[in-house]
Ligand binder design. Structure first.
Ligand SMILES: [Zn+2]
Length: 480
């Protein structure tokens, strides 16, 4: 069967099924949020491996790895002066603990808490608890205000704690790891606050000094076991040339579901694999589908994947990250690296009349998004892109997350998922894969290590990577 007919059959299949949605619901309802190191994560992994088998993928397997895990313990935060008030707060994953009885310190408000805010207040941070928002400055890359950097800058300046306040009103706390979980652990206690709690503290700070006590005990778990789940459709003409598409199946634990970030993406990838697997033997290049473990703490599964497959890095044509598949409207093929990939990708999308926008980035979709699973592949010079939605940029006027951009909050739940949007993304991904798998040449060559490091320099990310404890120019992956 020719690729055009295969495409029509696959699109018809995906349009007349809600398998990705139903599988997401099943996993959420039966296993929960799949947070790192939990029974929920292990059960979801087993279930996903079963689906890979049931859908007829070749070489279905789990690929285990070990990393430094973290367990949430009790967390109590209170304002002790000028007024006494208990504060609703969650520890950020990988947050350090306080001594028993907690720490009490004066609060310093650094606004957005991006790199320049720490520089502007250097010398005033030592011994204090920093209050920063989830944001970054207008026009600036998201990466320069990333929470992992806020943690590093606070710790480097001698701050004793960090409170990250949601920029979006609505009473929700935004969570997220503050360490590179595969190798490092957090250095200081870090908690998330709602916009409204931040406003309360800000209001008191206008009148005079504010003191806060943080008392929390978390547990570091070295040697925690995690898994990537993998399946393939082998190419007939170039079996050793691989287009890899992956999305992470783990989620954050502050909600019960973590439905759309990014279980939904992983289930879209699986559904596309299911639809394409019916045409095994009709594709020139190999397609490899990966459900990554523990992206949330920070790209642990994908980093280990790249480290475990170093000897076949040269065979990967491209890595497509599905962290965002089906999550927001307005699908966007966002090129990560190299930026020159936009040209050939746009031509391919044009030839095949695939209805998705192609581009490099805006401040919400930075070309160098280092906090999701394409990052370790990018650092090894593999061409990378993310499929996500532009709806996110217009959904909120702020840099925080709320009911509209709900991932990393307790309201990332099934009821927010739009079945029509999910099908749209599944179809676009399938169309792209059919087009890529028919090619005799990759779209673009790999970047050299020097080119990758030059790009990091050009984007001004070296200081931020240092603050994130992730600047390892010798190994680029950060795993030795
Ligand atoms: Zn995610």
């Amino acid at each position: 069967m020719n690729p055009t007919d295969i495409r029509k059959m696959v699109v018809g299949d995906l349009w007349t099924n809600s398998t990705a949605y139903e599988n997401t619901e099943y996993v959420v309802d039966h296993f929960g949020n799949r947070f790192m190191g939990t029974e929920s994560e292990r059960k979801a992994k087993d279930h996903i491996l079963g689906l890979f088998r049931a859908y007829g993928l070749e070489n279905p397997r789990e690929e285990p790895y070990r990393y430094t895990g973290w367990k949430r313990g009790p967390c109590k935060v209170e304002m002790t002066s000028p007024v006494q008030r208990e504060i609703w707060a969650f520890a950020h994953p990988h947050s350090g603990s306080t001594p028993p009885g907690g720490i009490e310190a004066e609060v310093i408000d650094l606004g957005k808490g991006a790199q320049q805010d720490f520089e502007a207040h250097a010398g005033r941070i030592k011994g204090k608890i920093v209050l920063a928002s989830t944001g970054w400055h207008p026009g600036q890359s998201y990466f320069l205000g990333h929470r992992v950097g806020k943690h590093g800058w606070t710790s480097d300046a001698g701050g004793v704690g960090l409170m990250i306040r949601n920029e979006t009103p609505g009473g929700l706390i935004e969570t997220g790891t503050i360490a590179t979980g595969y190798r490092n652990t957090g250095e200081i206690p870090v908690v998330g606050l709602s916009f409204e709690t931040g406003a309360l503290i800000e209001r008191q700070l206008k009148k005079g000094p504010v003191n806060v006590r943080i008392d929390m005990q978390n547990e570091v778990s070295p040697g925690t076991l995690g898994w990537n789940v993998v399946g393939e459709i082998t190419g007939t003409k170039h079996p050793d040339r691989v287009v890899l598409v992956g999305a992470h199946f783990d989620g954050h634990d502050i909600g019960q579901e973590a439905a759309s970030d990014d279980l939904l993406g992983a289930m879209v990838v699986l559904d596309v694999a299911r639809a394409l697997a019916r045409f095994k033997g009709a594709f020139k290049r190999t397609m490899r589908f990966v459900a990554f473990g523990n992206e949330e703490c920070l790209t642990v599964g994908s980093t280990n994947y790249v480290a475990q497959h170093e000897n076949e890095i040269g065979n990967l044509d491209m890595m497509i990250n599905g962290d965002g598949l089906g999550r927001w409207p307005n699908p966007f093929f966002c090129v990560n690296n190299p930026p020159e990939l936009v040209g050939p990708l746009s031509r391919l999308v044009g030839e095949w009349k695939i209805d998705a926008a192609v581009g490099v980035s805006d401040t919400r979709n930075p070309a160098w998004c280092t906090s999701t699973d394409n990052h370790p592949f990018t650092m090894k010079g593999i061409p990378t892109m993310v499929i996500s939605g532009r709806g996110r940029a217009s959904a909120l006027g702020t840099a925080g997350r709320g009911a509209a951009v709900r991932d990393h909050t307790i309201c990332d739940t099934m009821d927010k998922i739009d079945k029509f949007v999910v099908k749209q993304y599944a179809i676009l991904l399938a169309e792209l894969l059919v087009a890529l798998a028919q090619r005799d040449e990759p779209l673009i060559r790999h970047s050299s290590k020097e080119e990758v490091l030059d790009a990091v320099r050009k984007y001004g990310y070296i200081d931020a990577l240092k603050a994130q404890r992730r600047w390892h120019p010798d190994s680029t992956l950060g795993i030795r």
